[in-house]
Ligand binder design. Structure first.
Ligand SMILES: NC(=O)c1ccc[n+]([C@@H]2O[C@H](COP(=O)([O-])OP(=O)(O)OC[C@H]3O[C@@H](n4cnc5c(N)ncnc54)[C@H](OP(=O)(O)O)[C@@H]3O)[C@@H](O)[C@H]2O)c1
Length: 329
């Protein structure tokens, strides 16, 4: 035993610098992991008897949100465009949550006809809708158009959800207290709404379009919250963090190899999908938010949105424009 202690002492003596470096690096990695994890939803809210619809729930943040919501006992509707992927995800969500009441419904947000069909299905077949989570999203795709001829990112991230939410409002009001959660992004901070060229026909840029669509999510939440005051339906928008999901699929497919290699170390500081789902879950279930509406959140806490996201006149103008666009289609 004495020999053993002596060997360890000698080793520590010889490797003082190395051990100190390893300790500092270890503490650094732990601190980094803790910092990147962000906030965690601590609510134990039970959702037995409630129905929750989540768009884009077959992967990423939406799927992790669905697992958590299912564990709380709700009936969970996965509204997805790819039914094969959605059924595989539903099976996995049932297994991980122990809740068999997880169903799949078709939703292609790039088709307003598909949005209308889903809303009709919900009205005809669901008794209630307690929480609507507008999560699905597409980022920095090439210049594509939706089935109705709208620019793809604005069409999917904003217009599709705008129409879906409006068509489901009666159900949400009847189920009140109920909630609408809009998953936006810190990308809204650099965004502006190009009212005179909403489809960016004159000057399409994938990032500009994503930023516009995510600003639209926050402005939509603001105006919706104002319109729903007194109905018992609360509205929340949020930034989930920078999360390791499939969202970058178009970004990386067009990027030079050397840039991808340079980007790789950054993946170490990305949140996991579970970590990225925490603020969505918090907004959907936390009891402390029951009487709060219209705010923007990040890391399970309120956060000030960008100045251009606080403009009531822009929020109203965007609402009117969106309403006329979905009416025309
Ligand atoms: N990841 C991040 O760092 C990050 C940061 C800020 C904000 N967000 C926001 O978080 C939300 C979730 O993104 P994620 O990171 O989880 O991305 P993801 O892994 O790519 O998941 C996106 C989901 O949206 C669905 N979707 C895409 N286009 C659709 C359409 N036309 N119709 C119906 N569903 C469609 C996808 O379906 P398919 O599987 O069929 O493609 C998928 O289920 C998005 O709103 C995104 O803007 C993410």
């Amino acid at each position: 035993m004495q020999n053993y202690v002596k060997i360890v002492q000698e080793f520590v003596e010889e490797q003082r610098v190395g051990i100190a470096c390893a300790l500092v690096a270890g503490v650094g990695v732990l601190a980094l992991q803790r910092w990147k994890a962000g906030g965690v939803c601590r609510s134990k809210a039970c959702l037995n008897g409630k129905t929750v619809l989540i768009t884009g729930a077959n992967t990423g943040i939406g799927k992790e949100t669905a697992v958590d919501i299912a564990k709380r006992g709700a009936r969970v509707i996965l509204a997805c465009r790819d039914l094969d992927r959605a059924h595989a995800a539903a099976e996995d969500i049932r297994k991980r949550s122990g809740n068999n009441d997880v169903v799949v419904k078709k939703l292609e947000l790039a088709s307003l006809q598909s949005v209308r069909a889903l809303a009709k299905d919900i009205h005809e077949h669901e008794d209630r809708l307690d929480i609507l989570i507008n999560n699905a999203g597409i980022m920095m795709c090439p210049k594509w158009k939706t089935e109705d001829g709208f620019e793809m990112q604005f069409g999917v991230n904003h217009l599709g959800h705008f129409l879906l939410t409006n068509l489901l409002l009666d159900k949400l009001k009847k189920s009140a207290p109920s909630r609408i959660v809009n998953v936006s992004s810190c990308a809204h901070e650099k965004g502006q709404i190009y009212f005179d060229d909403i489809n960016l026909d004159k000057d399409y840029d994938p990032l500009k379009s994503y930023q516009q669509s995510k600003l639209a999510n926050v402005l939509f939440s603001r105006e919706l919250a104002a319109r729903l005051k007194g109905t018992g339906v609360c509205v929340y928008s949020l930034h989930p963090g920078v999360v390791n999901t499939e969202l970058g699929r178009y970004l990386f497919s067009t990027m030079a190899l050397w840039k991808i290699i340079l980007f790789k170390p950054l993946f170490l500081i990305l949140k996991s999908p579970w970590q990225g789902a925490q603020t969505t879950i918090y907004c959907a279930v936390d009891e402390g938010l029951q009487n709060t509406t219209g705010l923007y959140y990040s890391d399970c806490a309120p956060k000030e949105e960008a100045p251009q996201a606080k403009s009531d006149s822009a929020a109203r103008r965007l609402w009117d424009l969106s309403a006329s666009m979905v009416e025309m289609a």
